[in-house]
Ligand binder design. Structure first.
Ligand code: GUN
Length: 462
């Protein structure tokens, strides 16, 4: 035993990961050996049996026999106001539900309850890495970082910057630009203390969105980014009312993306949430700066923001990941976000003329799972650390089981197992592609039996 509860372990079974945007790789009769730092030390695949695969990794690692998938990313805010958006759209939703809720988390007892539930729930749904917009409150934000570390979720934790007095409500804004930057530095210093190498927890600079930030605070954050190479997250082009607000507040800027760019906030370490209504010129600018987009389809449908064009973003050369955007999105499940990504792409298809373009819009199962796994890892600069079962990568993975039914169409055993294995019935004739598609469209947290982050078992279910 070396790191926090991480043992040397050998996992056996069928491993599935996203090999590329269009391809899932199935590794049957495979073994993955994970060392006590949570790093994959050997992978054996294509063996005749699980025993052979185990023997092979034991030989490769030189370990003696001892006792003894897929990782997911997502953008998350706080979560107690899930599903209560009603008919609101972004700006009135922020004012009515989100700002009051976030402000209330300066009560640390409440923040502890909310954040613990949020981290545990997202882990149970298989989110191994999260980027969090916490709150403007430093102790609450730092508490979230502590909880992610102790519960074992890889996380980018952002103290939300909101210093613009004509936009942010008095009950929920930074006292001044200086106070805002100082508060952000305090959270960075806290994370420096609890996880000095940013092994699991990293700070992320979080100008909430252009309207909430003064020019000086955006400039100050850019300076911090330059000094410390700390990544940046913000929102962009989510909703038409927001676009008009940005136009009114920044009349000298040629576009929303230009506001961030002129402040130096578009970098290759910037993750922009939504990007629903971007123009061609904005997408080209974002691509040229190598900034990334976090696609949040549940949220974009719930708040009637619109449909982000993932295929178009890819064609522009922009990396895209996937976010639940809880609570704009109603679900803590990254699997739900992946399935909504496929449905949103189908709505885009329905808006097009019949023919090739229509088909092209549609995202496949493979592409949706890529967004949720390796695509997200790339957006967060973690592509060489996580995202697949490869030697040298850390083990961030989940164990999925499906409900296998017998010749009478019944699940093995008692009533209970029907519930335990969720809604996915496997009849035995399905190909692996079909099994995975069934999981994407019908699966839920009941199918997620174990979740590992950096080799540590962070969630398990009977
Ligand atoms: N834009 C500014 N703040 C927010 C937020 O909290 N959620 C979403 N979805 N968009 C935002």
């Amino acid at each position: 035993v070396e790191d926090h509860n991480v043992f040397r372990q050998i996992l056996l079974g069928t491993f599935i990961h996203s090999k590329s945007r269009t391809e899932l790789e199935y590794m049957h009769n495979a073994a993955v050996a994970v060392n006590s730092h949570g790093t994959i030390a050997a992978v054996a695949l294509g063996c005749d049996s699980l025993e052979d695969a185990k023997e092979k990794v034991l030989r490769e690692t030189g370990w003696s026999d001892e006792e003894d998938d897929n990782d997911d990313e997502g953008e998350i805010h706080v979560y107690p106001n899930v599903g209560i958006f009603g008919k609101s759209t972004l700006l009135d939703w922020l004012a009515k539900y989100t700002f009051p809720l976030e402000a209330s988390l300066s009560d640390l007892a409440k923040a502890k309850r909310v954040y613990t539930a949020c981290v545990r729930r997202t882990l149970a749904h298989g989110t191994t890495t999260a980027t969090y917009y916490a709150t403007i409150d430093v102790p609450a934000t730092n508490l979230l970082a502590d909880l992610c570390l102790s519960l074992g979720q890889r996380a980018f934790v952002g103290r939300v910057c909101m210093d613009r007095a004509d936009i942010c409500p008095e009950f929920y804004r930074d006292a001044s630009t200086q106070a805002s930057l100082d508060a952000t530095r305090k959270t960075i210093a806290h994370i420096d203390r609890i996880d000095p190498g940013y092994e699991l927890i990293s700070p992320i600079l979080t100008p909430r969105f252009a309207p909430s930030c003064s020019d000086a605070s955006m400039d100050g954050l850019t300076q911090l980014h330059k000094d410390r190479q700390i990544p940046v997250q913000t929102h962009i082009s989510e909703n038409k009312g927001e676009l008009q607000l940005v136009k009114d507040l920044f009349p000298e800027s040629s576009s929303y993306a230009d506001v961030y760019d002129t402040h130096g906030l578009l970098t290759r370490k910037t993750v922009l949430a939504h990007g629903v209504h971007l123009s061609d010129a904005e997408a080209s600018l974002i691509a040229s700066r190598e900034s990334k987009i976090s696609h949040c389809p549940c949220s974009n449908s719930s708040l009637t923001s619109g449909e982000a064009r993932v295929r178009w973003l890819w064609e522009k050369g922009i990396e895209v990941g996937l976010g639940t955007d809880m609570s704009g999105g109603y679900s803590p499940s990254i699997l739900e976000a992946a399935r909504q990504a496929t449905l949103t792409s189908r709505h885009l298809a329905m808006q097009m003329q019949e023919g090739e373009d229509r088909e092209k819009c549609k995202l496949s199962v493979e592409e949706a799972l890529f967004l949720a796994t390796r695509g997200g890892a790339r957006c967060l600069g973690l592509a060489d650390k996580i995202g697949g079962f490869e030697v040298g990568k850390q083990l961030d993975a989940q164990l999925i089981t499906l409900g296998t039914v017998d010749e009478n169409g019944l699940r093995a055993g008692e009533e209970e197992s029907v519930h335990d294995a969720g809604n996915v019935d496997v009849f035995g004739w399905e190909s692996w592609d079909e099994k995975v598609a069934k999981w994407l469209y019908n699966g839920d947290d009941r199918n997620t039996k174990k979740v590992w982050v950096k080799g540590r078992l962070v969630h398990s279910r009977r």
